[in-house]
Design a protein. Structure first.
Ligand code: SF4
Length: 495
């Protein structure tokens, strides 16, 4: 842990513009505690964040009060440098050579075993593992459960969590931070908190890096961090453990390619999502469109001038790069995406811009005005394909399991709702009140609801899947709660 901020800054020999923090995060949400930890991996005991989580969980257990959950993280980002010569890719490349930075995955079996023991990973012998062996079906009493054939933890998430365990082992005594939830799952984040990993908290919607001191360790989550945050951390003299998923880095490379060709990056994503904030920080000129409707609006503007420049800038006021000029900056565009968006929609948006550019500039000139790279993550795609298959089988109920601020999980719920299946999205089994046959759940559009008598009497087929950041154990806990509720309901009606 030797070296100073200045020395590292000189080694990187890059802009000395001061960075201040920003980019907000939703704080780790509440969750059930997992098993206790042993000395090797444990840092400093229960943090205040953990206490808040536990308190929130207790409140929920007793009241199940529906709450409105914000799905997005406000875009802020650490202060952007105004130095136009600042080259994010070059900065990251040099950072990669620093002895205070690592993105190396050690694949340490001890860390992997620890994750398994603590229910933070794949199920090896539980019900989910058994279902995989039995054609993804399980029957218990009146309930038939069908598990999607692709679900849960993706390799990028597993890798990020394991890297965090590895970092705790490598730095057993250093104070450790994470710039955001490592992944969007309350159970996992609770466990990290128990291991003494502190979450950077927000003040007035802005991340507060003030408490982070030189010599401490900061983990960057699976969905990455903005280049401005990385620069701020370098200047603070911390050691950085970068768990960014390689698929996310692939998108960063795509927007970098756009910038080098002087193309504008059209990013299909949610402008306030941390991953999109990070991706945008690697782009030079960008516009974020959240769905097909917004993309169509932009294409209409390009072809038909259907709005004024002022109207354009007002509509996308939080979703474009500084100094964006729609009259000039939509002449040549490249497509990129938040890796967790609906695959079909990203493809459709790409096709729409391709057609628009052909119409505007002629087929023969398309290459000068349109660029596409396949950056849709396989894991997201496979989980979406699997749920389409499952809802086609028309189960009576769909259960979607995953963190309430997980974008990929919200899309699973959206697909299920669109198929007109009664769908309940829960983040932990605590949402199910087994005594009273009641459930608190979230819609794909962010509304918390509470449903009484949610499990009907008699035979029932339930489809179940989970988001890419959900450990199998959480799915098993949800199934256990369902079986328990159903058994109580049956016993009640028999009396
Ligand atoms: S969902 Fe895809 S991009 Fe996100 S962490 Fe997993 S593998 Fe990586």
């Amino acid at each position: 842990m030797s070296g100073t901020t200045t020395a590292l800054g000189m080694m990187l020999s890059l802009s000395s513009m001061p960075c201040s923090s920003s980019s907000s995060s939703s704080a780790a949400s509440s969750a059930r505690s997992t098993t206790s930890s042993s000395s090797r991996f444990d840092g400093r005991g229960t943090s205040s964040m953990t206490m808040k989580m536990i308190a929130a969980t207790r409140r929920r257990r007793t009241t199940m009060t529906p709450t409105k959950i914000s799905t997005s993280v406000r875009a802020a980002g650490a202060a952007k440098t105004s130095d136009t010569s600042f080259d994010p890719r070059e900065y990251r490349r040099k950072l990669g050579k620093s002895d205070r930075y690592t993105r190396k995955f050690l694949n340490d079996p001890e860390a992997k075993n620890r994750m398994e023991e603590e229910g933070i990973g794949y199920s090896m012998s539980g019900l989910v593992a058994q279902m995989k062996e039995k054609n993804f079906v399980h029957v218990e009493g009146d309930v038939t459960v069908k598990l999607a054939d692709s679900y849960g933890f993706c390799w990028g998430v597993e890798r990020a969590v394991q890297m965090c365990y590895e970092a705790r082992k490598q730095y057993p005594t250093e104070k450790m931070w994470i710039t955001n939830e490592i992944i969007h799952n309350p159970t996992v984040n609770m466990r990290l908190s128990e291991m003494g990993v502190n979450f950077i908290e927000e003040k007035d919607g802005v991340k507060d890096f003030g408490p982070v001191q030189s010599g401490e360790v900061v983990v960057l989550p699976a969905f990455g961090a903005s280049i401005h945050e990385m620069k701020l951390l370098v200047e603070k003299g911390v050691s950085i453990v970068d768990t960014t998923c390689p698929w996310v880095s692939k998108v960063w490379n795509a927007v970098d390619r756009h910038a080098r060709k002087v193309f504008t990056s059209i990013i299909h994503g949610k402008y306030a999502h941390e991953e999109t904030v990070a991706t945008a920080s690697f782009a030079k000129t960008y516009l974020v469109v959240k769905d097909m409707k917004e993309a169509s609006w932009v294409c209409d503007y390009i072809l038909n001038g259907t709005a004024t420049k002022a109207e354009f800038l007002e509509k996308f006021k939080n979703a474009h790069s500084d100094g964006f000029d729609p009259e000039k900056d939509l002449n040549a565009v490249g497509i990129a995406n938040q890796t967790t968006m609906l695959k079909g929609e990203t493809e459709a948006i790409g096709k729409l811009f391709e057609r628009t550019m052909m119409e505007k500039h002629g087929v023969q000139n398309l290459g000068e005005h349109y660029l596409v790279t396949d950056t849709i993550c396989d894991a997201t795609q496979e989980r979406q394909d699997a749920i389409y298959k499952l809802v086609d089988e028309k189960p009576d109920i769909m259960m979607i399991v995953g963190g309430f601020n997980s974008s990929n999980t919200s899309h699973l719920q959206e697909i299920s709702e669109d198929a007109n299946i009664t769908s309940f999205w829960v983040d932990t089994a605590d949402r199910i009140d087994t005594e009273n046959n009641k459930i608190a759940w979230r819609t794909s559009y962010g509304e918390m609801r509470e449903t009484e008598n949610w499990l009907p009497e008699g035979k029932l087929t339930i489809g179940i899947t989970s988001g890419a950041s959900t450990p199998d154990k959480v799915v098993e806990d949800v199934l256990e709660a369902i079986f328990m509720s159903k058994a109580k309901t049956a016993a009640g009606s028999a009396r």
